[in-house]
Design a protein around this ligand. Structure first.
Ligand code: 5GP
Ligand code: MN
Length: 316
């Protein structure tokens, strides 16, 4: 049983590093922090490495323990969380140099790049998989662990509203409420509060938004120039792709943002009912989930827009 092997590897390891996908969202961060607390409760001293930690998640328990870098050669065990492939892993050098590797994830496009892979594509968040794992480890889900897990669930389900939500999602949340954990406060902090830069970006991307294909597709973008002008920090674009999808009649929302490497654009897509955006992103070397996916494409803004739109049109 994979979970027994995972426990064994954790117990054997003297040094453990926890990693997640680049441009980390609430699920990536919640998963790393929750696993960090869990391993500490098992008597381990894991390192959590996230190179660009978004300020809006600074309130989470264990956020102060996150490091940007460490000794690459040091680790007996690396655990990658919420990350579908090695290319997207923030700190992949730690993973590649670790003596043993574990992948825990919920992306259907996961490439099984660990020595041990625990992947459940039906789970609405990687954090939801962790509930089962921690229960198997016989760990109590206390306030801190519950807060980190709930953060991942709330962000990856858009606040309990996406189709992937399970009865367990609500049962877990109910259990946290029974334990006196302030679920509304966490919800408010992780989903309802915009940074000022996010708000400024939202105004810009709304102004530029085009409604195409008889109202079935929205397209908008942001550039590095926008990032500079509104003083955006990592994570400030989070959630903007959702706006297009919320418009009546829209099936696919496309949001692209310029990469640090100016000749590339990061695509974020959402769909409502029929189009599997993960399949489209997969064509460009990316992936994700049927209703939320992403990829990185080389080219000018116009070229990238044409490439992605032509695939979306075929899928409509
Ligand atoms: P977002 O649009 O919020 O950045 O990402 C949506 C979903 O697609 C997330 O589950 C994210 O992990 C996944 N995703 C985004 N970009 C990529 C990518 O380049 N490759 C893969 N495999 N998954 C991605
Ligand atoms: Mn996730």
């Amino acid at each position: 049983m994979t979970l027994d092997t995972i426990v064994e590897e954790i117990q054997k390891a003297n040094s453990i590093v926890l990693l997640a996908h680049e441009s980390p969202d609430g699920d990536a961060i919640g998963s790393v922090l929750a696993m960090g607390i869990a391993l500490e409760n098992m008597g381990k001293k894991p390192d959590r490495i996230i190179k660009e930690y978004p300020r809006r998640f600074a309130f989470l328990p264990g956020a102060d323990k996150v490091k940007e870098a460490s000794d690459i050669e040091k680790y007996d065990l690396a655990i990658a969380l919420d990350c579908s492939d090695l290319r997207r892993l923030d700190g992949k050098e730690y993973f590649e140099n670790a003596r043993k590797t574990i992948v825990i994830d919920h992306h259907s496009t996961n490439t099984m790049y660990g020595d041990i892979n625990f992947v459940n594509p039906v789970a609405p968040a990687c954090c939801e998989i962790l509930i089962g794992i921690f229960t198997y480890f016989e760990l109590e889900i206390n306030h801190d662990l519950g807060t980190c897990i709930l953060t991942g669930i709330i962000t990856d389900t858009g606040g309990f509203k996406y189709q992937g939500v399970t009865p367990e999602t609500f049962e877990f949340t109910a259990e946290l409420l029974r334990k006196g954990i302030n679920v509304s406060e966490i919800y408010e902090k992780v989903l309802e509060t915009r940074t000022k830069s996010n708000f400024e970006l939202m105004k810009r991307i709304l102004n530029r938004m085009e409604v195409l294909e008889d109202g079935k597709v929205t397209f908008t973008y942001m550039t590095n120039q926008d990032v500079k002008e509104v003083n955006a920090e990592p994570g400030d674009h989070e959630g903007l792709v959702e706006i297009g999808r919320g418009i009546e009649g829209v099936e696919v929302s496309i949001f692209i943002r310029q990469d640090e490497d100016e000749s590339k654009y990061k695509i974020s897509m959402r769909s409502n009912n029929n189009v599997n955006v993960s399949k489209i992103c997969y064509l460009f070397g990316g992936g994700g989930h049927p209703r939320a996916a992403g990829c990185l494409i080389q080219g000018t803004l116009e070229q990238v827009k044409d490439k992605i739109l032509s695939e979306v049109k075929k899928a409509l």
